[in-house]
Ligand binder design. Structure first.
Ligand SMILES: [Zn+2]
Length: 180
């Protein structure tokens, strides 16, 4: 009974080591990444958001792949939180969707890539705090954490699979009568 378990564990450790090697290789070599994306890549390593993404990749037992523009795709993410189909930490896009579902949403990675850029502008993990504030503000205004969330709006609500909700009635009547 213990032998298969030990074997499985060993396999997981080897896979994780390969993931770490891939991530470091990605940082060391340009691999044809355009200068602006290379800058994002290096900045998100320095501000620790990409290392945080790699840690969460390990916790979620996801498998790391090279993505476009210096991004890393953590596929088959399995940890139950957050429940989103995909989310981004630094240059790491963690993806819960299987290949078929991801193929049906080709704009989702474009949306997540914009979040990677936001991490570079927001001093890495500081963005998590700013994002939480923006989500709370959006929820207050609309009852939805994305509709008026500046990070989601700038990443593209449609591309992220969000439907924009109108302002709550109390705000419509007082500040936004034109939208009635
Ligand atoms: Zn998003």
């Amino acid at each position: 009974m213990t032998l298969p378990a030990a074997g499985t564990h060993g396999l997981a450790v080897r896979a994780s080591t390969a993931d770490v090697e891939l991530a470091f290789d990605h940082l060391r070599h340009n691999n044809g990444v355009q200068p602006r994306y290379r800058t994002r890549q290096v900045v998100n390593w320095i501000n620790l958001s990409t290392p945080l993404g790699l840690l969460v990749c390990l916790i979620g037992r996801a498998q790391l792949e090279q993505g476009e523009h210096g991004l890393l795709l953590a596929r088959r993410y399995r940890f139950p939180l957050p429940p989103a189909p995909a989310f981004t930490l630094g240059n790491v896009i963690l993806i819960r969707l299987d290949d078929e579902k991801l193929d049906r949403r080709p704009r989702l990675l474009v949306h997540e890539a914009r979040h990677a850029t936001q991490y570079a502008w927001c001093i890495g993990p500081v963005m998590l705090l700013l994002y939480a504030l923006a989500a709370a503000w959006s929820w207050l205004l609309t009852g939805d954490p994305a509709s008026r969330n500046v990070f989601e709006r700038r990443a593209g609500l449609n591309d992220g699979g969000y439907k924009e909700r109108p302002l709550r009635r109390v705000f419509q009547t007082s500040t936004n009568r034109r939208d009635d």
